[in-house]
Write a protein that binds this ligand. Structure first.
Ligand code: NDP
Length: 248
C-alpha cells in the first residue's frame, strides 16, 4: 500500500477496539505494515482481515502487555515479521474510575500494570531496535486525566501522570538517536473503555455525563497520531491535548 508511511512498520497495542483499532486502520491506510496487539484474538483477526482486504499488511500478536515477556514478544514479532519497528503506539489501557476511599485496590494494580508498566515494557523492548535503526517514534496514549484530575480519577490519573513523566524522560534520552516521542491526551472518546469500571455508582454517573455530550470518535485520535508520525524527521510533536467541544 502506497502512502506517507510506506515501508514503515507500526506496532499498536490495544488494537482490538476503540482508539487502537482506528489508529491501526489509519496507519495502514498510509502504507505502514501494522502489528496488532491485544488479548481478544477474534477481534484482532477481524481487523487483520479488514486491513488485508484494503491491501494492507497486518500481523497479530495475542498478548497481555501487563506481562513483560508478552509485551516483549509483540516487539520481537514485529521485527521477526517485518524486519524493523518504526512506530510504537502504546495505547492499551483501562480506566477503572472510582473514589480512593474504600477503593478495590485490585483496580489500581490492574491499571498500573497495563497503562503504565505495559507501556514501559513495550517501550523497553522497542527502543534498542529503534536505536540500531537510527529512527523510531514512540506514541503514548495518555489522557486529559494525565494533566488534571477529578474526585474519581485519582488511581487512573496516577497511571496517566506516570505516562507523562516516563515519556518526557524518554524524549530527552533518545532524541539524539533519531527517536521521537509523542504523548496524546484525549478527552472523552466513545469507546468500550467505560464498560470495565467496577465501581457501579461512578460508572453510572460517568456514563450519564457522557451521554449528554457529543464525544470524540476514535478516528479523531487516530488522526492526531497520524499527524505526529507523518511530520518531517526534524519535527518532534511532544504533546497533543484534544477535548470534545462539549467537554469543559
Ligand atoms: P477500549 O476499551 O475500546 O480499548 C482498550 C484496548 O486496550 C483494547 O484493545 C483492549 O484489548 C486493550 N487492552 C486492555 N488491557 C490489555 C492488556 N492487559 N494487554 C493488551 N491489551 C489490553 O478503550 P479506548 O480505545 O478508549 O482506550 C485506549 C486508550 O485510550 C487507553 O489507554 C485509554 O486510557 C485512553 N483514553 C481513552 C479515552 C476515552 O474517553 N475513551 C480518553 C483518554 C484516554 P483486549 O481487551 O482485547 O486486550
Amino acid at each position: 500500500q502506497q502512502g506517507r508511511l510506506s515501508g514503515q512498520v507500526a506496532i499498536v497495542t490495544g488494537a482490538s477496539s476503540g482508539i487502537g483499532e482506528a489508529t491501526a486502520l489509519a496507519l495502514s491506510a498510509e502504507g505502514a505494515g501494522v502489528v496488532l496487539v491485544a488479548r481478544r484474538e477474534e477481534r484482532l483477526r477481524e481487523l487483520q482481515s479488514r486491513i488485508e482486504a484494503q491491501g494492507g499488511r497486518a500481523e497479530i500478536v495475542v498478548a497481555d502487555v501487563a506481562d513483560e515477556s508478552q509485551a516483549r514478544l509483540a516487539v520481537e514479532r514485529a521485527v521477526g515479521a517485518f524486519g524493523r519497528v518504526d512506530i510504537l503506539v502504546n495505547n492499551a489501557g483501562l480506566m477503572l474510575l472510582g473514589p480512593v476511599t474504600n477503593a478495590d485496590t485490585t483496580d489500581w494494580r490492574r491499571m498500573i500494570d497495563v497503562n503504565l508498566l505495559g507501556l514501559m515494557y513495550a517501550t523497553h523492548a522497542a527502543v534498542p531496535h529503534m536505536k540500531t535503526q537510527g529512527n523510531g517514534h514512540v506514541v503514548n496514549i495518555s489522557s486529559v486525566s494525565g494533566r488534571g484530575a477529578s474526585p474519581t480519577s485519582a488511581g487512573y490519573s496516577a497511571t496517566k501522570w506516570g505516562v507523562g513523566g516516563f515519556s518526557e524522560g524518554l524524549r530527552q534520552e533518545v532524541r539524539l538517536h533519531g527517536i521521537r516521542v509523542t504523548v496524546i491526551e484525549p478527552g472523552v472518546v466513545a469507546t468500550e473503555l467505560t464498560n470495565h469500571i467496577t465501581h457501579q455508582e461512578t460508572k453510572t454517573t460517568y456514563e450519564g455525563r457522557i451521554s449528554q455530550m457529543t464525544t470524540l470518535e476514535s478516528e479523531d485520535i487516530a488522526a492526531a497520531v497520524l499527524y505526529a508520525v507523518t511530520q518531517p524527521k526534524r519535527v518532534n510533536v511532544n504533546e497533543i491535548l484534544i477535548r470534545p467541544l462539549d467537554q469543559g
